[in-house]
Design a protein around this ligand. Structure first.
Ligand SMILES: NC(=O)c1ccc[n+]([C@@H]2O[C@H](COP(=O)([O-])OP(=O)(O)OC[C@H]3O[C@@H](n4cnc5c(N)ncnc54)[C@H](OP(=O)(O)O)[C@@H]3O)[C@@H](O)[C@H]2O)c1
Length: 315
């Protein structure tokens, strides 16, 4: 099969479009013909740290058609159209085929395109679990989303509005209109003002991207407010992961959250997609042979929504 394979950090051309062995599904695996894949910080951040998938093929999110199934597979059959997040299953979306355990995917909504389905899993699950499960978002709450313009951020704005929050997004001037368009009630341009400038306080702060310290996040919380950190500058993220609630001050709580994908939450996300509650914002789409350029683009950290790689063109 054709795939885009990571070669070396030192090389100017880190990725090679080449022929590799088509994977053979194990007993519990399905072989997916990938129609579209999308990229995430979960692709480029490990790459920058030298953490490379065993297959050397990145691509966490995929949508495609089941080509064949292993002997013990019960949930799918050849011909089923599926979507999933493969970050915990060895990645592999940037190739024509990928073999993964059947638990990694669900059937995709019929009327949603492969491209849209591929744009959703990891980023939308992260946003949903952070806001709902960790942040316990409630209607009427003031919600601040720091880093509202990337993959996770664009889904977080839509979900926070869906749950009835009064949403303030934080992004650069280039993305102010996009964040408003997605439903945010207020938008802060982080290059012009800080989240502390207005003195406004929030019930829930979601840290997706940005360089604020944990002390700054605590400062903008209302009493009993919660701050959930999923990403952003390494120091606050690592501190929040290492010390969790220990950083909380009085009734203000701060914690870091990992995304925890499974078929149940993936189905919830696909239902929201099918209902039109969630709409992926696709910044750029690349053909498979240019997936290296797609990785270079998203690695700069300023994609405006999602970056998709389309492996089968008219699908
Ligand atoms: N904890 C977990 O399990 C988990 C899961 C998924 C992702 N994450 C983390 O979540 C973060 C976002 O992931 P992603 O895939 O959504 O990344 P992404 O799509 O690459 O994020 C790009 C966005 O970040 C924004 N951004 C960059 N610098 C910013 C700043 N200083 N302040 C505010 N926004 C800024 C950019 O907006 P502008 O161009 O407007 O600056 C851009 O739209 C990453 O740190 C990732 O590691 C964590």
């Amino acid at each position: 099969m054709k795939a885009v394979v990571y070669t070396s950090k030192r090389s100017h051309h880190k990725f090679e479009f080449c022929e590799v062995e088509t994977p053979v599904p194990k007993e519990n695996e399905v072989l997916i013909r990938v129609h579209a894949a999308s990229l995430n910080a979960a692709d480029y951040r490990p790459m920058k740290l030298g953490i490379i998938p065993k297959s050397r093929i990145f691509g966490a999110d995929v949508a495609g058609r089941i080509e064949s199934v292993g002997k013990s597979v019960t949930l799918f059959q050849p011909g089923d159209d599926v979507m999933g997040d493969l970050a915990r299953y060895g990645y592999g979306g940037l190739g024509e085929f990928v073999a993964v355990p059947e638990q990694a995917v669900i059937k995709k909504p019929e009327r949603i395109s492969f491209e849209d389905c591929a744009a959703v899993p990891l980023a939308a699950i992260t946003a949903l679990q952070a806001l709902r499960d960790h942040g316990q978002i409630r209607a009427g709450q003031e919600v601040l989303i720091v880093g509202s313009a990337g993959g996770v951020g664009t889904f977080a704005v839509q979900l926070a509005k869906h749950f009835g929050g009064v949403v303030t997004g934080v992004c650069s001037a280039e993305n102010l209109r996009q964040t408003s368009f997605l439903g945010a009630d207020y938008v802060i341009d982080y290059k012009k003002e800080s989240i502390t400038t207005s003195n406004k306080k929030y019930d829930l702060v979601l840290g997706v991207n940005g360089k604020y310290s944990l002390a700054t996040y605590i400062k903008v919380l209302k009493p009993k407010g919660k701050c959930v950190i999923v990403g952003g500058a390494l120091l606050p993220v690592l501190t929040a992961f290492a010390f969790g609630w220990a950083f909380s001050v009085g009734s203000k709580k701060i914690k870091a959250a990992y995304t925890s994908p499974n078929q149940t939450v993936l189905k919830e996300i696909s239902d929201l997609l099918d209902l039109g509650v969630l709409k992926p914002v696709i910044d750029r789409t690349y053909p498979l042979e240019q997936a290296g350029e797609a990785m270079d683009y998203i690695s700069k950290g300023h994609a405006s929504g999602k970056v998709v790689v389309k492996i089968i063109q008219n699908s």
